[in-house]
Write a protein that binds this ligand. Structure first.
Ligand code: ZN
Length: 298
């Protein structure tokens, strides 16, 4: 199923997108006993999913809304904790940090032996169509990173790669917007990745059962309609099971955790001179079967 969070009069609600994508079922109007936020719904596991299906099937006309009439929020408007991100997870992108671009960004171009993991503050999350506030970056070095994000369903520690798919609730899109200068200046990437509004997410949360083989999906990022990034999920250096095994080896993953899987080559810092984002730009991240995430820059 394809789920969204939407803004209702009485706060955030969860919407079930009908197959033709014209209507969305307001699940709380359909069945007020359902959880009202996505993280709680995910934590209800299989029982929650079944309840959503039943509510969507039985929804009366008062619970069906035209999709174009609703305000779509990020699927997880305030994730349970920081977004976990993977650096340099496509070989060609790692190469972009060699030479002058690497010096400029303070990131080496070597291929990682183990996944590079950092986080973005949960407060950086904004929704589809929301403006990325590039003006918050005093160094004017705002860059895009289109990424597929995995949302964890059943949590756990010590999850083996062979069992990892059983822990995936679904997928969404993230733009890991980054201030390259702040990323470099502060050593740790956290500040340069966590400016308010620097984590566009959405528009949908597509459950794993809708996606038979995520590895065959293609990710593209355009800026003002110009193709900048294009990569295939099959090209991840560390695939999704490996990431889940690595993260959970020493740390408990919880329902609703978001793992951004890394970005392909074509980021702005890889251009000479760098091609950073500024007011008036529009970035669109697209992954086959998962959707398109469009955000203007101000
Ligand atoms: Zn990233």
């Amino acid at each position: 199923m394809r789920l969204i969070s939407l803004a209702g009069k009485a706060g955030t609600r969860i919407g079930f997108i009908e197959p033709d994508a014209r209507f969305v079922v307001d699940l709380q109007a359909a069945d007020p006993r359902l959880p009202w936020d996505m993280a709680s719904l995910i934590a209800h596991g299989e029982a929650g999913r079944q309840a959503v299906h039943t509510a969507a099937e039985q929804a009366g006309p008062q619970a069906r809304l035209a999709l174009e009439s609703v305000t779509v929020l990020p699927p997880l408007p305030l994730p349970v904790r920081n977004i976990m991100c993977v650096g340099k997870n496509y070989a060609a992108h790692a190469g972009e940090f060699r030479g002058t671009a690497g010096t400029a960004s303070g990131v080496s171009g070597d291929l990682p032996e183990h996944p590079i993991v950092f986080t973005k503050a949960s407060t950086a999350v904004i929704g589809p169509g929301d403006a990325v506030p590039a003006y918050l970056d005093p160094t004017a070095s705002v860059d895009y990173e289109g990424e597929l994000a995995v949302v964890i369903g059943r949590g756990g520690r010590g999850i083996r790669a062979s069992d990892a798919w059983d822990h995936v609730f679904g997928y969404t899109l993230v733009n890991d917007v980054t201030s390259r200068e702040l990323q470099k200046r502060h050593g740790q990437w956290f500040l340069g990745k966590s400016l308010d509004g620097f984590c566009p997410m959405g528009p949908m949360l597509v459950t794993a059962d809708e996606v038979p083989d995520i590895r065959s999906a293609r990710l593209t990022t355009t800026v003002n309609g110009e193709l900048r990034q294009s990569g295939c999920l099959a090209d991840l250096i560390f695939d999704i099971p490996t990431l889940i095994e690595t993260l959970s080896r020493t740390m408990t993953l919880v329902p609703g955790d978001v793992i951004a899987t890394g970005t392909p080559e074509g980021v702005g810092v890889g251009f000479s001179p760098p091609s950073y984002l500024g007011a008036g730009d529009e970035v669109e991240v697209h992954v086959t079967g998962i959707g398109s995430l469009r955000n203007p820059v101000v």
